[in-house]
Design a protein around this ligand. Structure first.
Ligand SMILES: C[S@@+](CC[C@H](N)C(=O)[O-])C[C@H]1O[C@@H](n2cnc3c(N)ncnc32)[C@H](O)[C@@H]1O
Length: 256
């Protein structure tokens, strides 16, 4: 059972920040790019909540995901709204985008699905080859500061159009030596159609980063430089100072 194969519920659970994130992507383009931004790229797009919102705002979006179900859902949702985007099943470790994108973005920890340094570097190189000179790659993820609680958990519910999704997220098996942790997702969906709640549970392995480890990774891909960092408030007026104490972080990388 893979929660990512149920994008109608997953996207609803994460939809609250979609407008804020899309606003930030646009604001980053205005602040850091010396050309008008038209083409966007999203590796690991899931059910396409951001692809949909940015296509709706007029951008030419290319995106990929490993999940057939997520890509089908995104494609059907776009078609139903008479929008278009290029959404395909592909592995973000070796994606390519032609013509090159102006901005790539990879938010909400998707980057941490790349479990080894080699996979992360190969993904960054693939994105560097797919983003134009002067373009950006925005990566949003949780960093793990030294004093962070390793047994974190969260729970929230979202309701819309007769569907309620409750998401429980538990961090288990956090190992700073191997730099891997397990995120346990428990997603419950209550709909008019089903007689009883549907329950989906998946454990996802994620790579752990501290700020300096991310900087070391970026130094392996000379095409990218870290321009600025933000947190999940996405306030483009207030870049932050990157440090090993940071948790929620959005990196703005620029392609040379
Ligand atoms: C946390 S979800 C985020 C989805 C979407 N980016 C969003 O913001 O809502 C992570 C997504 O990454 C996809 N994924 C994980 N590893 C991948 C890989 N190697 N290549 C492509 N997609 C991948 C998963 O299938 C999943 O849909």
């Amino acid at each position: 059972m893979n929660c990512y194969d149920w994008p109608q519920y997953w996207d609803l659970a994460f939809d609250e920040d979609t407008h804020l994130e899309a606003d930030f992507i646009e604001a980053a383009g205005r602040k850091y790019c010396s050309f008008p931004v038209k083409r966007l790229l999203e590796p690991g797009c899931g059910g396409g909540r951001l692809v949909f919102e940015l296509a709706r705002r007029g951008y030419d979006v290319s995106a990929c995901d490993l999940s057939d179900a997520a890509v089908s859902y995104a494609t059907e949702r776009l078609a139903a709204a008479d929008l278009s985007a290029n959404v395909v099943v592909d592995d973000m470790r070796n994606l390519s985008c032609e013509p090159a994108a102006d901005i790539g973005y990879c938010l909400v920890n998707t980057f941490r699905h790349l479990l080894t340094e080699e996979d992360a570097a190969s993904h960054l190189q693939a994105v560097a080859n797919s983003v134009r000179s002067g373009g950006l790659y925005l990566i949003g993820m949780h960093l793990l500061p030294p004093d962070a609680d390793e047994e974190d958990n969260e729970e929230w519910s979202v309701s819309r159009d007769g569907t309620t999704v409750t998401m429980q997220l538990d961090v288990a098996q956090c190992d700073r030596k191997t730099r891997l942790e397990t995120l346990k997702f428990r997603m419950e969906a209550v709909t008019h159609e089903a007689d009883s709640p549907q329950l989906f549970e998946t454990d996802y392995r994620m790579r752990i980063y501290r700020a300096h480890q991310f900087e070391e990774l970026i130094s392996q891909v000379p095409e990218f430089e870290i321009l600025d960092v933000y947190d999940f408030w996405y306030n483009i007026e207030e870049p932050l100072q990157l440090s090993d104490e940071m948790g929620d972080t959005v990196f703005v990388l620029q392609r040379s």
